[in-house]
Design a protein around this ligand. Structure first.
Ligand SMILES: [Fe+2]
Length: 274
């Protein structure tokens, strides 16, 4: 059967698009896969509805981009043979995970290229995910600020996960821990520059006094999440988001902490930022 035409509806002028005409349960042609990858490069985060996927079908989407990552600490479906599928669960007794702005796993030497997040149990309302374009945020800076940031490096730390890590997981965290990444990174595929510091994992800008680093990071965090650089996605069960982790940040809206919510994520290993 011929594949349907891809329909792409933008969420905002900056980033995000809802895509229809795709069923990830069906075999996919190489052309269609390429089309989706190119659409992702253009819109930075893509949303798909009604994708009731098996764990293998979920992993296959990630594998079309590259090798899958196994998170050093977060709970997963490892016991069912799927250590690559991270489980993000929240509810009355469990606080939301990912409730501050971040790109995934930037504390590793080779942070993820991207992630594929699936809504498994979604409340009637609440728990939307917000995304920010760090390329648009970079483009929105003055030439002077862009120049000043361009030579800088910042340290990132996964220690935020230590409170739930056992001894082995702490070793895994340390093993892939990055020393530092450039504050402005260049996207390896589009060549676009982006702000590459985030409020969850970045600890300091190197070769700056603590107050300078704090002030500059604070400015960059606030600047990056301006409404003109963000979009917001309302989940339904079996919705999927695929984002380019190299040029976006995201966070959950913690507006209904009582509603049970379960998300599953696969994450694709990326390149060393430059
Ligand atoms: Fe995340």
């Amino acid at each position: 059967m011929a594949e349907q035409t891809l329909q792409v509806e933008r969420l905002t002028a900056t980033l995000g698009a809802e895509v229809s005409g795709v069923d990830f349960r069906e075999p996919m042609s190489a052309e269609r896969e390429k089309e989706i990858h190119e659409t992702l490069l253009k819109h930075q985060v893509l949303f798909f509805r009604d994708q009731d996927l098996s764990p293998d079908q979920h992993k296959a989407i990630g594998e079309s981009f590259g090798e899958l990552h196994v998170h050093p600490v977060l709970p997963s479906r490892a016991e069912e043979g799927h250590p690559e599928i991270v489980v993000l669960q929240s509810g009355p007794q469990l606080p939301f995970v990912a409730d501050s702005w971040h790109s995934d796993v930037t504390f590793e030497r080779k942070p993820p290229l991207g992630s594929v997040l699936r809504g498994v149990l979604i409340p009637d309302q609440g728990g939307d995910t917000l995304f920010a374009s760090t390329t648009a945020a970079f483009d929105g800076l003055s030439d002077s600020m862009q120049r000043m940031l361009s030579g800088l490096e910042a340290e990132h730390d996964g220690g935020v996960f230590s409170y739930i890590a056992n001894e082995n997981q702490k070793k895994d965290l340390a093993k892939n821990q990055a020393t530092a990444h450039p504050v402005v990174r260049t996207h390896p595929e589009t060549g676009r520059k982006s702000i590459y510091v985030n409020a969850t994992f970045t600890t300091r800008i190197k070769d700056m006094k603590p107050r300078e680093s704090e002030a500059l990071l604070g400015f960059l965090y606030t600047h990056t999440i301006g409404p003109e650089y963000t979009c917001r996605f309302r989940w339904r069960t079996n919705s999927i988001a695929i984002w380019d982790n190299r040029c976006t940040q995201h966070r959950v809206a913690t507006d209904d902490i009582k509603a049970p919510r379960r998300m599953e994520r696969v994450t694709v290993i990326g390149d060393e930022p430059y």
